[in-house]
Design a protein around this ligand. Sequence first.
Ligand code: AKB
Length: 341
Amino acid sequence: MSEKQVLVTGASGEIGQALVQELSKRGGYRIVTSDLMPLPESIGSMVREHVQGDLVYKVKTFYDYDFDIIFHLAASLSSKAEVATEEAHRINVEGTMQLLMLAAYRSEKYKKSVKFLFPSSIAAYGMPNLKVKQKAGTVKEEEWDIPHTMYGCNKLYCEKLGMYYSQYFGQKHLDEKPPVMLDFRALRFPGLISAFTLPSGGTSDYGPEMLHAAAQGNRYSCFVRADTKISFMAMPDAIKSLLMLMDAPVKSLSSRVYNVAAFAITAEDFRQRAVNAFPGAKISFEINPRRQGIVDSWPEDIDDARARTDWGWKPDYDVDRFFDDYFLPEIRKRYSLVGSH
Ligand code: AKB
């Protein structure tokens, strides 16, 4: 079977690195990457070519490639986007728009649907206040789509752009045979946690930051209240969900946007788990009101029944398995100098 040509944007980021490793392990893919940053050495040999620079300008380069699948991961995350809104809009919206146009053009011209995988986020939701957030509990894709952040607005709008380019672009008469269009598929991810990399610029970052700090014996001051609750997921499950959605037959998809969830816990739950695993851990709470406001607007948990029904989604890691079978064993290997039980 011939290799599939894949583009991974934002490949030097957390999801990007984990995805490139998994695609390379699976085999059968010719991987091209792009990022503002150079590619980390650890994945350099897995990639055919890396295009370094701003995607908005570099996208022209990609018109010469015959991509079967695009994973568009490049983004400015929620906390960073909130202080540099115009830049965030350019990266998050303009970059996505350029790449969607490329995929739409190639799909129609070569009569072959380019698959476009897009990580959206729980930031697409906006809960008006804590009372409503607590009462709502778990939310479905169509509920509370009123984001409070630039990043959330960008993600929600790009979901709509993806639907537009894969269903309506060209506006053919309804009785006409539709042209071949790109095949857009989005996942609304919760906060992601990797044992190997740390996020930067996000607001769910307090979870991974606290755990990595505790494992290294460093103090950590958590920027949200102890009772703050949102949904999280292990990085291997995030990659699994992306690849499951990529592989799902188009006929099985009742939507182009899917929630995926794993476990919802509070910042205090993180603290207790960190202290149990690393008894010397020094974790305090020092609230950053802006970042607190962002996390308070995200739902406590998300309902991923649609992904479970349509393409058989199920996370491998609930909260206990996340700590016991993934995070703690890996992090102990990584920071092997730290004494822990
Ligand atoms: C962020 O905090 O901005 C991201 C997200 C939840 O999408 N991790």
